[in-house]
Design a protein around this ligand. Structure first.
Ligand SMILES: Cc1ncc(COP(=O)(O)O)c(C=O)c1O
Length: 371
């Protein structure tokens, strides 16, 4: 029995091989490999896709977060409120710029930043909020924006897992002062290497990121401010341009697969991701909750189905961070979730036969559990 992998970036490449190969060849033959026409065009196309004014391509999603925060004014010592229920990159980016992560709990329904847990964390040093649209599910931006306005805080959305997700018909990444995207190969819009972007409505913020991504240069070899080297390369930009036109359709295919999984989950022992009214999930990951998570994982493994836990340890429990992050003592929902969550394979290239096998396995588990 072949194992169905949790993610399959090669299948994604093969599904668009012709367009991607042509994009790579075009770039190779252009003779221009760093910050050229492909990056410029991708930036315009991705901003238009999101309904945002500006986009600046950078080296990866972690840098996108760090550069976006700096561009909206976060400086060393400032506090940034975010969640522990995320890729470690969210918190690493805050510390990368010398700022201080402060952790808020998440909502049980969206599994994203809980607006009710923000206010008591605000101090005179708080500068920004970084909501993470986790697993493709948009965070409750309306309430977060109200709080940000009340306390004069900036918002940098972490959209690394939510390309194309929507709230009331508006794409995430267009709500905050800036947003950060990752194009890691397994993301909904994935490159074939590292890549990232900062998206914003503000030309000033975009200009600041554009300078900072290349040594602080305003003109070549002249640095106005200290910067870094974090550039999206031409080949990755060309690949992303080849894939972007299919993103909405690919996300809809993910949601169709999710619906079929949901229909197969007939036992209360597994809880599917909740539908949140007014939002459209990018369905980056299909993450169920199950009290018997480890047993479910073992069962699916025996059925040849790859699974993963995103993430087995919230960031504040990981060795590099444990015992030293503010807010870490009041994260009951974050901690409960980390013991129950399990990610099932979720990508548009899953074959009919693979989806069928996963549905059959889920049905079998449910039948056994309800006995
Ligand atoms: C929520 C979240 N934020 C940030 C990142 C960082 O992106 P990258 O791996 O491109 O640096 C990731 C990617 O893993 C992520 O999932």
């Amino acid at each position: 029995m072949s194992v169905i992998p949790l993610a399959n970036p090669k299948a994604q490449y093969l599904s668009r091989k012709k367009e991607i190969d042509a994009a790579i060849t075009r770039t190779l033959e252009s003779g221009w490999y760093i910050l050229g026409q492909e990056v410029e065009r991708f930036e315009k196309e991705f901003a238009a896709f999101l309904g945002a004014e500006c986009c600046v391509g950078v080296g990866n999603g972690t840098d996108a977060l760090a550069l976006a925060m700096q561009a909206v004014g976060v400086v060393t010592g400032d506090e940034v409120i975010t969640v522990s229920n995320s890729a470690v990159a969210t918190i690493a980016a805050i510390e990368q710029i010398g700022a201080v992560p402060v952790l808020a709990d998440v909502e049980p329904q969206t599994r994203c930043l809980d607006p009710q847990h923000i206010e008591h964390l605000v101090t005179s040093r708080t500068k920004a909020i970084v909501p993470v649209h986790l697993f493709g599910q948009p965070a409750p931006m309306e309430d977060i924006i109200v709080l940000a306005r009340k306390f004069g805080l900036k918002i940098v959305e972490d959209c690394a897992q939510a390309h194309g997700a929507e709230i009331q018909g508006k794409k995430v990444g267009s709500f905050g002062d800036a947003a950060a995207f990752s194009f890691y190969p397994t993301k909904n819009l994935g490159a074939l290497g590292d890549g990232g972007a900062v998206v914003t409505h503000s030309h000033d913020v975009a200009d600041a990121v554009r300078e900072a991504r290349e040594y602080g240069w305003t003109t070549r070899y002249v640095s106005r401010k200290p910067g870094v080297n974090s550039r999206l390369d031409e080949i990755q930009a060309a690949i992303l341009r080849a894939k972007l036109p299919y993103l909405d359709v690919a996300n809809a295919q993910r949601r169709d697969i999710a619906q079929r999984y949901e229909a197969s989950i007939t036992s209360h022992t597994i809880v599917s991701p909740r539908k949140i009214s007014g939002t459209v999930s990018g369905m980056h990951l299909f993450v169920v909750e199950c009290e018997a998570r480890d047993r479910l994982r073992e069962f699916l493994g025996k059925e040849g189905i790859g699974t993963a836990i995103h993430y087995p340890m919230p960031v504040h429990k990981q060795p590099a961070y444990s015992g030293r992050l503010r807010g870490q003592d009041r994260l009951p929902c974050t901690e409960t979730l980390s013991e129950k969550i399990l990610s099932l394979p979720m990508y548009p290239e899953l074959t009919e036969g693979q989806v069928e096998r996963i549905c059959t396995a889920l049905q079998k588990w449910c039948r056994n559990e309800e006995r």
